[in-house]
Write a protein that binds this ligand. Structure first.
Ligand code: DGL
Length: 296
């Protein structure tokens, strides 16, 4: 009799401990990183779909752009960015940078135990589900395009689709300048997209988290028959379903807290960050990422 009461007590304690642990896990923040501030377009979307989740953002503003760097360097930086977030006790890591997603996701998956969500798969899936004529355009940084990240994933999902990929590196600087309606942006977009306009695409993936800032110009230039896919929007749905799958959506009903860390605070930082986020930005701290990582 005593024995079974003991068993029952141990069972209850174990159940309670698991419950408590799970409760604590649920209240950990989402971790998001980008080469700079482009990932704030993903934060903006996440905050509207999962408003109660806390968010820790790291923008590697001192080492941006990643899009023109070698794969080895992007992998090294992405590992450091992920370590930084894991040190902040996040429950999931969102790689809100297409360049890092296309180059480093496999390595991050090997090195870390938390779930890691990239931009390529969700963006590719959304494009495959959107196209009617089977002709998809993709624009991104040089690294994303050279690595054929989107075309490989799209063709894996449906080998019959045609994919046309173009690098548009200047779009990153134009977005950061806030030139969202500037005539120079139109001129550059005309130049970058002129070949793509001949391809009869009906779907265009914005394969860089900076590009949604220039969405209006890109849509005007490519024409209104083409549907734009924002990979950040597509990835948000994946984050939501992944949190449900692992049983870790927050229990909170209050608005989530957001904390921003950057490796440099450039002169126009607040202005540009507010443009990307669509609201005022507070809680920004500068960190020395390379020194911090050595201490971990
Ligand atoms: N936001 C990055 C991306 O989505 C582009 C900026 C960069 O080149 O670092 O690829």
């Amino acid at each position: 009799m005593n024995f079974s009461v003991m068993n029952l007590r141990n069972l209850f304690l174990k159940f309670y401990k698991d419950y408590e642990l799970n409760f604590m896990e649920k209240e950990k923040p989402l971790g998001i990183f980008d080469s700079g501030i482009g990932g704030l377009t993903v934060v903006k979307r996440l905050a509207s779909v999962l408003p109660n989740e806390d968010i820790v953002y790291f923008g590697d503003t001192a080492r941006v752009p990643y899009g023109s760097k070698s794969n080895d360097t992007v992998i090294e930086y992405s590992i450091q960015d992920t370590k930084f977030l894991i040190n902040k006790n996040v429950k999931i890591v969102i790689v809100a940078c297409n360049t890092a997603s296309s180059v480093a996701l496999t390595e991050l998956g090997k090195q870390f135990n938390v779930p890691i969500i990239g931009m390529i798969k969700p963006g590719a899936e959304a494009a495959v589900n959107t196209t009617k004529n089977g002709r998809i355009g993709v624009i991104g940084t040089r690294a994303t395009i050279n690595n054929q990240a989107y075309s490989t994933e799209i063709k894996r999902l449906d080998p019959n689709l045609e994919v046309f990929e173009y690098a548009c590196p200047l779009f990153v600087s134009l977005a950061e300048e806030g030139w969202i309606n500037h005539k120079a942006t139109y001129l550059i977009a005309e130049e970058y997209l002129k070949d793509l306009k001949e391809k009869n695409i009906d779907t265009l993936v914005l394969g860089c988290t900076h590009y949604p800032i220039l969405q209006n110009v890109i849509q005007d230039v490519i024409g209104d028959k083409v549907t734009l896919i924002d990979s950040g929007v597509a990835s948000t749905e994946i984050v939501k379903s992944e949190l449900e799958r692992i049983g870790l959506p927050t229990n909170k009903s209050s608005l989530g807290n957001q904390e921003f860390f950057v490796s440099d605070i450039p002169i126009k930082f607040t202005e540009v960050a507010e443009l990307f986020l669509g609201r005022s930005v507070q809680n920004v701290s500068k960190v020395d990422i390379e020194r911090l990582i050595k201490l971990v």
